[in-house]
Ligand binder design. Structure first.
Ligand SMILES: *Cc1c(COP(=O)(O)O)cnc(C)c1O
Length: 506
């Protein structure tokens, strides 16, 4: 593929851009002292899974631009949808007005959220296999954090209006649900939380089904995904049950359970063993708590449609959401990242008639949901999202994802011969490769060794871009990635590990 002509022009002022960045820009989740030691990669153009920097160097986008991009860069149909909307109007305030793309998108999201065979609006439709209520309303926001924040505030207010004095939330250990203060309060990543502990409200944490490092997994490490080799008695579900029971006994039952269905992303790409989610949701619901599904990473076919209860249906009916894969429906469905195909920031929180109803009343009752942002329901973002849904639901789309997943799986299997690889865990088109000092003992590299960062830097030198989470290297190809490109992504990881740790093979 040839670099777009724009690159030639940009190359001239490449140095100038890098200088401005280093002088004035503060990057997110980045140790800026390290950042300032090297010249940044300035990305100027993209096409499909390929990105070009200001020197004309070519890269593969192996983490879909931080998990957002679904169909590749510069997609003609998403570009066209944005341009068409731009020629009408760029932004209309949702405070007081409706706009075309946001209204259409809401209808389509509700239809999709009804699940394969589900019909929106028909309560308890016979052919809908999903356990749970219908999602009928869409509240727009700007990104994943604000989509979760919306669910949090709605659940809180709903619980208070239905008699709970101090609503409480439960989520998984290692969970990440965003960076706003409410969303951070729902998360349990020590490194992020200690810094802000004084700002946060307390929330409950319960063990996540992290088979590779599960204290109840009696299997010795083998050269297979720990979900397959595990030997346990589902103690993680017993722990969840005990957590719920003891909260109830103390007279402080949980209001809502927040979970990433199928796979925890920022916790380190931790996929749930088949059957965990549906059983966890069943226990949570019999406790009387609501379910908040944070599908900011998992939705739109990223991890879904690859198996599970309704996965065996016609290809066109394969689910797009992690909840649907497990045959469950949440009370809140939080969407962002891939919602616009990775083109523009937009978030959405879907919820039920029951929640919506608790906010209805006369003006003077002030039951209004007092929450929202200036750019909420942005018309350009919604137009991009409509094009994304067109691409996702067209014939052949889910079959292509499934086939790419199989190629991805086969390529990942080659990494087992590397002794520094402890676990390889993939769900759909998202995978985490956990690097360890000793695969027999699962001994992790100390974080100060920056093992993940060094490997990803070495991958970048080989033309493959991604970002680690601690010692876990993430591979998350856009859906348009070719088989050869996927193999190149995995090969770059293999070669980078060899460069950093040595070429030993098992
Ligand atoms: C990325 C992410 C968020 C936060 O989304 P932002 O758009 O970065 O605010 C929340 N939840 C999950 C599961 C995520 O992966």
């Amino acid at each position: 593929m040839k670099a777009p002509t724009r690159t030639a022009r940009s190359r001239k002022d490449a140095r100038q851009i890098a200088r401005l960045d280093r002088a004035f820009v503060w990057h997110p989740f980045t140790q800026m002292r390290d950042w300032l030691l090297q010249e940044p990669i300035v990305l100027v153009a993209g096409k499909g899974a390929v990105l070009w920097d200001s020197h004309g160097r070519e890269y593969l986008d192996a983490n879909s631009s931080i998990w957002t991009n679904l169909h590749g860069h510069n997609h003609p149909r998403i570009n066209r949808a944005i341009r068409q909307q731009l020629s009408q109007v760029a932004h209309i305030s949702m405070l007081g007005f409706a706009n075309e793309p946001a209204s259409r998108l809401a209808g389509r999201l509700v239809a999709l959220a009804a699940g394969p065979g589900g019909r929106p609006g028909k309560k308890g439709s016979q052919d809908n296999p999903l356990a749970g209520p219908k999602l009928t309303k869409v509240f727009y926001s700007d990104d994943g954090s604000t989509a979760v924040e919306t669910a949090l505030k709605l659940a809180y207010e709903y619980a208070r209006r239905t008699g709970e004095k101090r609503p409480r939330f439960l989520s998984l250990e290692g969970a990440y649900h965003g960076d706003t203060v409410g969303a951070v309060s729902l998360g349990h990543i020590d490194r992020f939380h200690r810094a802000y502990s004084g700002l946060l409200f307390p929330s409950g944490a319960v063990m996540a089904p992290y088979c590779y490092r599960c204290p109840y997994n009696r299997a010795k490490p083998e050269r297979v995904d720990a979900r397959e080799s595990r030997r346990c008695g589902w103690e993680c579900l017993d722990v969840l049950q005990r957590t719920l029971d003891s909260a109830r006994k103390r007279g402080r039952p949980y209001t809502a359970f927040v979970v990433e269905p199928g796979m925890q992303g920022a916790a380190g790409m931790i996929p749930q063993p088949d059957g965990w989610l549906s059983q966890a949701v069943e226990r949570v619901r019999s406790h009387g708590a609501l379910v908040i599904a944070d599908e900011v990473m998992t939705a739109f076919g990223r991890t879904a449609g690859t198996g599970g209860l309704v996965g065996g249906r016609r290809a066109a009916d394969r689910p797009l959401f992690g909840t649907h894969d497990a045959g469950v429906q949440a009370d809140f469905l939080c969407l962002a990242k891939g919602l616009s195909g990775g083109y523009l920031p937009i978030g959405a929180t879907l919820t039920t008639d029951a929640i919506f109803g608790a906010f209805l009343g006369s003006y003077a009752e002030f039951k209004t949901f007092f929450h929202g942002h200036s750019y909420t329901g942005n018309a350009l973002g919604a137009a991009a999202a409509e094009a994304n849904l067109d691409l996702l639901t067209e014939a052949g789309s889910s079959r292509r994802r499934l086939e790419l997943g199989q190629v991805f799986e086969a390529a990942l299997q080659t990494l087992w011969s590397c002794p520094w690889v402890g676990d390889i865990r993939r769900l759909g088109l998202a995978a985490g490769i956990e690097l360890v000092q000793d695969w027999r003992t699962r001994d992790p590299f100390p974080l100060a060794a920056r093992a993940g960062i060094r490997v990803c830097d070495a991958m970048a030198r080989r033309g493959v871009l991604t970002r680690p989470i601690g010692n876990v290297v993430i591979l998350m190809p856009p859906y348009c990635t070719s088989a050869a490109q996927v193999r190149r992504m995995v090969m770059a990881l293999n070669d980078a590990i060899d460069e950093i740790f040595g070429q030993r093979r098992l």
